[in-house]
Design a protein around this ligand. Structure first.
Ligand code: UDP
Ligand code: MN
Length: 297
């Protein structure tokens, strides 16, 4: 699998990974068919990434939605562990989207780190909460978040950080390989296949199945991404359709049409329920157990 031809070219602007060494992990795929890197532990130098980012004096945004019971259940641990592991040494601005700003826990923040709360409506169905994120993010990226941050990562709240998640994860656009699906052949990936949906991929289409729990990029790239997904979601709704995995299906369609500049290995967002796997060296984010009966009723 070896070399990644474009990993050092200007195509990968704003790389922040330091010199990449895709050969350091010969047992896994470290390069996409379009020549850009899949970041696995050991293929990048976190210290060089850190220095590059500090030199650029970046502000990195981290958005997270905590609506309904997800707020009490997950938000505090998500933020506390982000303080320990997310972009340590960089300027960070958290954006928490919730319908109850007063209930947001007051997690002590390190220097150069701020938290802002954006109010969103509480949708009735959990699928609608999830899908409404694209529209709310698009609005925020066109407003203060877009002015404050240079790069933004958008995450689910039902997970916590367990290892360093630094600037090596930044690029013009960033997609996360789905922990449950990265070993499956393409024809078994759960892409939307109903041709009536705006999220549909045709037979033989689809590169990887990406997880909507982590995506990111520059503000400009994310404005395009969120606009695309919000439009697709709106169009489907007008036709009485809902894609198989909601906003995630539209995200996968977007990344099929506009290839991400960097992929994060499943080490960056791992589900402990999968169990131990030799190639998962140091998980950076761990999914919480799914307690849907409690949260979604
Ligand atoms: N979410 C929320 N309240 C809800 C449903 C969803 O805050 O009632 C947000 C939360 O950030 C959550 C994300 O939307 O992590 C996606 O939903 P969920 O994690 O339940 O979806 P899954 O990961 O199971 O696909
Ligand atoms: Mn989730």
């Amino acid at each position: 699998m070896g070399v990644c031809p474009l990993a050092r070219t200007p195509l990968l602007r704003d790389n922040f990974s330091g010199p990449l060494d895709p050969g350091a992990r010969p047992e896994v795929l470290t390069c996409t068919s379009w020549g850009l890197p899949i970041i696995w532990d050991g293929t990048f130098d976190p210290d060089v990434a850190q220095q590059e980012a500090v030199q650029r004096n970046l502000t990195v945004g981290l958005t997270v939605f905590a609506v309904g019971r997800y707020l009490e259940k997950y938000l505090e641990r998500f933020l506390e562990t982000a303080e320990q592991h997310f972009m340590v040494g960089q300027r960070v601005v958290y954006y928490v989207f919730t319908e109850r700003p007063a209930a947001v826990p007051r997690v002590p923040l390190g220097p150069g780190r701020r938290l802002r709360v954006e109010r969103v409506a509480r949708e009735r169905r959990w699928q609608d909460v999830s899908m409404a994120r694209m529209r709310a993010l698009q609005a925020a990226l066109g407003g203060r978040l877009g002015r404050e941050a240079r790069f933004v990562l958008c995450m689910d709240v039902d997970q916590h950080f367990s290892g360093a998640f630094g600037p090596e994860a930044l690029a013009e656009s960033v997609a996360q390989l789905h922990a449950w699906h990265y070993r499956w052949p393409r024809r078994l990936q759960p892409f939307e296949r109903d041709a009536r949906s705006a999220a549909a991929l045709g037979p033989g289409e689809g590169d990887f199945y990406y997880h909507a729990a982590v995506f990111g990029g520059s503000v400009a790239a994310l404005r395009r991404l969120t606009a695309h997904c919000a439009r697709g979601l709106r169009r489907d709704r007008a036709r009485g359709l809902e894609a198989r995995w909601h906003d995630e299906s539209h995200l996968n369609k977007f990344f099929w049409l506009h290839k991400p500049a960097k992929l994060l290995s499943p080490e960056f967002c791992w589900s402990p329920e999968i169990g131990r796997r030799a190639e998962i060296r140091r998980p950076r984010l761990l999914w919480a157990p799914k307690e849907y009966a409690l949260l979604r009723s």
